[in-house]
Design a protein around this ligand. Structure first.
Ligand code: F0G
Length: 353
């Protein structure tokens, strides 16, 4: 069956009517990939799967939420949308706004956005404002602006965003043809973990599945307000996508943890980078650093004896590594340089094969 995006595929579960204009780039239908080498390399005794959201049109899971948020904005007659972002939301907002013929305004922390994401917002024609502040400052500014101007906010506080993002959980169940025991995600503004939980619960209520998973969320140690139980004024992490000190869905994420019997924990930048390079080198999957927080978290909990051998665990890899190629050179060396000389090259080759 051809795929026309998540609204078309899951419309019975979404707040749309046949009058809602569907603004889509055919997002969703991302691969659920079974780990083949990662578990041995990371010493995990698990049935592990990667939900690779980097395969979405703008390279992150945000497209699932943005197709719905932008479609509903057009339905309501909006002319412009706005968001604060650590990069991926702005890339998706800019792309879907372009597709819809809407103006997009994005407010981002200067110098803390991966270059790929900044390029996306610019090339899609968004009005980009870089502020001398962090994501939390940007979000506060956006909240103040929407009460004064006729602009639709497309951050995850917009309920249509999470409605769209919950389709990630539907796909996992459809692809696995069952429900994983655990589902692990990185946590930044804490919207996506709530969206997945909503999706799993709705599929269960609709009789499509027999159970719901235990939800596991992972923050970066330098940006772990939920784990530490207090706002972080100056969040810091290599995983810039989740560099957030005061998540909008903080309380809701705690509810997900309680309802599902799950955990919200934190991982260090070293653990994140190690999982990031391991999944790339052992499985051929290039995700961005924030995405690897879910893997790093699973490795950490496994070491603590949290899992039963053979447990089915799905990790959402939220965004594509190509958005942030600079980080590669924090974990790997630049390729060696040599003369354009067959003998010199052969000398190296004989040591490899
Ligand atoms: N992974 C990536 C790649 C992200 O871009 C984000 C959030 C998250 C995980 C965390 O998801 O916020 O729902 O808990 N990025 C937002 C942005 C904040 O502006 O692009 P969350």
């Amino acid at each position: 069956m051809p795929w026309f995006g998540i609204i078309n595929e899951y419309r019975n579960f979404l707040p749309v009517t046949h009058e809602t204009p569907v603004i889509t780039l055919h997002e969703g239908n991302t691969p659920l990939i079974k780990a083949v080498h990662f578990c041995a390399r990371a010493r995990l005794d698990l049935d592990l799967y990667f939900k690779f959201e980097g395969s979405n049109p703008t390279g992150s899971f945000k497209d699932r939420g943005m197709t719905l948020a932008i479609s509903k904005a057009v339905e309501s007659g909006a002319k412009a949308v706005i968001c604060a972002s650590t990069g991926n939301t702005s890339a998706a907002a800019a792309a879907y706004a372009a597709r819809a013929g809407l103006k997009a305004i994005v407010i981002i922390p200067e110098g803390k956005i991966a270059l790929g994401k900044l390029s996306q917002a610019i090339v899609h024609g968004a009005h980009v404002m870089q502020i001398d502040g962090n994501f939390d400052d940007a979000l506060n500014i956006v909240k103040a602006l929407i009460s004064r101007y006729p602009i639709t906010m497309v951050n995850s506080i917009n309920p249509f965003r999470l409605e769209g993002q919950k389709t990630g959980a539907f796909e996992v169940c459809d692809q696995l043809m069952s429900v994983p025991r655990y589902h692990a995600l990185p946590v930044g503004n804490a919207g996506n973990i709530c969206a997945y939980w909503k999706g799993y619960k709705e599929y269960h209520t609709a009789g499509r599945t027999a159970s719901v998973p235990v939800m596991l969320g992972f923050q970066a140690e330098g940006a772990a307000p939920i784990v530490r139980g207090k706002k972080i004024e100056q969040p810091e992490t290599v995983a810039t996508a989740i560099r957030i000190g005061n998540p909008a869905s903080w309380q809701e994420a705690l509810t997900v943890k309680e309802e599902s019997g799950g955990r919200i924990d934190m991982v260090s930048d070293d653990e994140i980078l190690s999982a990031y390079s391991l999944v790339a080198s052992s499985e051929g999957i290039f995700c961005e650093p924030a995405s690897a927080a879910s893997l790093a978290g699973v490795i950490k909990l496994h070491k603590e004896g949290f899992f039963t051998p053979g447990d089915a665990v799905v990790c959402t890899l939220t965004g594509h590594g190509l958005k942030d190629p600079d980080t590669v050179f924090r974990v790997s060396k630049e390729p060696s340089r040599m003369a354009a000389d067959l003998e010199v090259i052969e000398d190296v080759i004989t040591r490899i094969v």
